[in-house]
Design a protein around this ligand. Structure first.
Ligand code: ACO
Length: 320
């Protein structure tokens, strides 16, 4: 049994916040942000827009791309670190919004690696035969957990959502589907990137805090290790890859990882310039962009990877 991609979708809030806008808010400049991160603008959710609203719009777009009705979905796995509420899960709001009353819907939290963790989770449920068709969603409103007076973090992130429809198939004879996935965590690094508050903490509301240089120091090594795991498991390599769709945190991390792995620059999908770091949403947003403009086609070999708070990191190799 294999999990085959049937469609991907995206949603970005209407409001774009440029580097020039940010320079009016904190002591920064377009030049500094572009040089250090590659980010030029990011989207910010309207006050009334919740993570579930973004997720629902992306899910509808993915279902359209798949040519499927909501009722055909029996599993929703939603990755987010910015849920609407402490509970219930944001996934059940999406389920209700789609009018689905059967199957299961739950959230999963692995920060920026959330989409890779959600994809691996859904893939295992589909391969086991427990469910038939899954919506895998990454959706975030990081603007709500940013300290807008801290220039070292507020320039890096944005809001958005992306979604993918996966279907369990026995064999379509083309070798399509999720070929392998590799997930890792190491909690010794939990204080390098975290939110300094939460429901079980003394402070219920917190903001994102990050040791940027420390995150950068580990990122490339962790990313390339877990990609090598995927290559080793499948016998594929940088040359046989058609597309590399990394988590979109920082252009320098993306370029350094691709370079270390020997992946040609023209195979790398980059959206960080337009979206900023949208955490769990960044990979499906990048996938949707490369599918919509015709770059990723059926039969292509696509590597996704992410690294984020925890630390968590992971990769998945997909024959599209
Ligand atoms: N505008 C202008 N100056 C700034 C800004 C800003 N927005 N932010 C920091 N600075 C200043 C600092 O105060 C510092 O000034 P000082 O030398 O007078 O003290 C100077 O710029 C250099 O600061 P550094 O932190 O050393 O800058 P660095 O080159 O490391 O770049 C960055 C910072 C972009 C955060 C980098 O460390 C990075 O990309 N880290 C990875 C973090 C990341 O991508 N996290 C995303 C979440 S994790 C993930 O998704 C993988």
């Amino acid at each position: 049994m294999r999990s085959v991609v049937r469609g991907v979708g995206a949603y970005l809030p209407a409001r774009a916040l440029t580097n020039a806008d940010l320079a009016q808010m904190v002591d920064t400049s377009d030049e500094w942000i572009v040089q250090r991160t590659g980010i030029r603008e990011r989207h910010i959710a309207a006050d009334h827009e919740l993570t579930s609203d973004l997720a629902l719009a992306a899910a509808r777009d993915a279902l359209d791309a798949a040519g499927m009705e909501p009722g055909e979905i029996d599993l929703i796995v939603l990755a987010t670190s910015t849920p609407d509420n402490t509970f219930p899960a944001t996934a059940v709001s999406v389920q209700a919004g789609l009018g689905i009353t059967h199957g299961a819907a739950f959230d999963l939290q692995a920060v920026c690696s959330g989409f890779v963790f959600a994809l691996a989770t859904a893939d295992n449920f589909l391969k086991s035969g427990a469910y038939k068709r899954a919506l895998v969603i990454g959706a975030e409103t990081f603007s709500r957990i940013l300290d807008w007076s801290d220039r070292t973090t507020c320039v890096l992130f944005g809001d958005g959502a992306g979604a993918m429809v996966l279907e369990a198939v026995t064999d379509e004879g083309e070798g399509r589907g999720v070929l392998t996935s590799h997930l890792r965590s190491d909690g010794r690094h939990k204080n390098k990137l975290y939110v300094d508050g939460g429901v079980s903490s003394t402070k219920t509301i917190g903001y994102l805090r990050m040791e940027g240089r420390e995150v950068f120091r580990y990122a490339v090594g962790m990313i390339t290790d877990v990609i090598q795991d995927a290559f080793q498991a499948t016998g594929e390599n940088a040359q046989t890859l058609d597309w590399f769709v990394p988590h979109q945190a920082n252009r320098r991390i993306i370029d350094a990882s691709a370079h270390k792995l020997g992946i040609a620059p023209e195979k790398v999908v980059v959206t960080v310039d337009k979206h900023g770091n949208t955490s769990a949403a960044s990979i499906p947003l990048a996938l949707a962009s490369a599918c919509k403009d015709g770059r990723i086609k059926r039969g292509d070999l696509v590597m996704i990877e992410a690294m984020g708070g925890g630390f968590t990191w992971g990769s998945a190799l997909i024959r599209w």
